[in-house]
Structure formats: C-alpha cells, structure tokens
Design a protein around this ligand. Sequence first.
Ligand SMILES: [Zn+2]
Length: 379
Amino acid sequence: MPVDAQTSYTVPQMRIAANLRPVALRRPPRLAIVFTAFGLPLCCLVLFVLSQPQPAAAQTTAAKHLLIYAIDVEGGQSTLLVSPSGASLLVDTGWPTPDGRDAARIQLAMRDAGITKLDHVLITHFHVDHVGGVPELVKRVPIGEFLDHGPNREDSDITRHDYAAYLKAIEGKPRRIVHPGDTISIPGLDTIVLTADGDHIASIPGVSPTPNPYCAAEPKWDLDQTENPRSAGVLITFGKFRFLDLGDLTKAKELPLVCPVNLIGTVDLYLVNHHGFNLSNSRAFVDAIHPRVAIMDNGAHKAGSPEAWQTIHESPGLEDLWQLHTAEDSDAAHNSPADLIANLKGGADGAWLKVVASPDGSFSVTNARTGQTKDYPHK
Ligand SMILES: [Zn+2]
C-alpha cells in the first residue's frame, strides 16, 4: 500500500460550534451563536436550515470572488474551486467508502457554493486517497470533463486496481490528459498545469525566473517510484491572488520548479504538498514560494509530519498554517493553534476550510467548525 494510502473511515457528521478562544477578526454567523446557547433541539433545526440550498446568497458571493474549499476527506485530497463566473474545478475526490462519505462532503461544499455540476475534475495521481472517490461522485454529480496525467506509472497491485476502477467509472465521459504548460479553461481564472507525469513546466507566462538562495543548502533527494512524483499540479491566478496545488509531489520533483531558479514566484495560498508528509515540502521549495497562508490537508493520523510542519511554519512571510485535522501523532509544538484547525482531536469530522479570494489579492479563511473567519488584507 502506498505510504499515504492509509486512514480510518468515519460516518459524516455535522460540526458543532465550540467554545474556543477566537483569533478571527469576524464573528461566526448569528445562527451558530443561537445554536450554542439553546442546544440540541434547536441544533437540529439549524442544521436543517443550513443544509438547504441557498443559491441567491451563494451566487452573490460567487459573482465577486473565487471560492476555494479544502474539503475534509480524512487525509486525502479534495479541493473545490468556484470562479466568479460559477465555473468550477475539483482537484481530487478523496477515498472510497461504503457510505460515499467523501462524495457527500463534496456535494455539501458544492451546495454552499451554489453549484450543481462540476465543469472539470482534475485527478492529480492515482493513489486511492485522491482518485478513490470518483466512482461514487460520478453517480451523484454531473461532470464536464476529467483531467489526469495519463496512465498509472506505479508498479503495485493496489494502484493498478484503483486506476482500473477510475477508468471504469469514467468510461464514456470526456477525459483529457494534461501536460505541463496546458491550461484549464475556467472563465475568470488563469489555470496552468505546472507538473504532470514527472515532467514540469519550463517557464510560466508572465513570470520572470529568479535565483533561489535557498537551493545551496538543500540536500539532493532520491526520486520515489510511486505515483506521487507524477502528480499533476496547477497554479491558479485570480487577479493578484495566486494559489498553488501540486498534489502529492515529492521533494525530488519539487526542486526543479525552484532550483536553481524559482520558476513559480510567490503565492498567496499554498495547499501543502502531500498532506504535510516530510517526503515533500523541501525547505528550498517552501521558502521560495513564500506563501502568506498554507492549508495542510492532513488526517488525524496521516501526514502532518513535524519536520514538514516546522519547515512551513518557519517559511519567511508565512502568516498562518491552517490544518484540516489535529495531527494526533505529532505534538503540541507541531500543531497550529486550535482556531486554525478544522477538525480537532476527539471532535466531529467533516469541517472544511473555505477561502474567499478577491482580485486585489486579499482573501479570507473560514473555519467551518467554529464559523470564524480570518481576513488577509491585500498587500
Ligand atoms: Zn495523498
């Protein structure tokens, strides 16, 4: 089994607002406060109301902003982007479970964003925590096209099985194999493929490569023979706002993007490579991309490695490192404050982190567990 294809399954549950010390600049919605005060009976009513479609409000938000949901798929990846035009891209689909847990969580995020179909679904690579949710998702949601890096390259029975299940699920549906330099047509966004099938882009239009002083101290890393370094990764630009998602790219393939020169430039939001495993997140890479905010899609007992956490935490310019889960096998010194964690140890699972970005480069992150929002003004 691949190193990152391990987790436990849980039944989806709604989140309950907790009494946490707020770090956010904005209060949670009034409904959440009412819920906390009046307890379970009203809770059920509130959850019912919140679960209903709210297209008017969502469309108003989507008309001006890029929405990004880091969906909790328990240590896999599923990241939903909805552009101001309403066009959408889902990066990865989480795991397969008998109850369709991750497809259901994706549908909840789609409802929050006011969309009923997915225009593009990008599968970064063929590990089960990324591609495993496809068979269930195609039963539930109309999908415009699937994008991936081409055939499975990993010599393991489990990944051959998961790739075959993917091909069967998307049979007859549009599929496009992407290469570095390809674009994904999402009105309102510039979306470019930086990595795919072990190759990387030579240069990014509009970006001048700059020398990277962090390369000199970076060790040489061996290439692992799994699907991870084959990950299809994208850079998404919305005005001045830049978001980087490279799937589970590992160190040996991170470095050509930033050494000896940094081809990417800096980003506002970094979806942490490989859920925060220390097989990824080389210091020369993380420091070069200089994220303002990082979101780590770790599980309770998966990834969130102390070494990777520390590298990101110490990255120059980093303002916050958000986590989808408490990294329970790590320690308090290598977990972010509770307000920045969507799903705490001992609590319910399924809370997402929602980013609302503006073309001027400003953005906010909302923790669905607490309802609190933190703003990152444009610089
Ligand atoms: Zn993974």
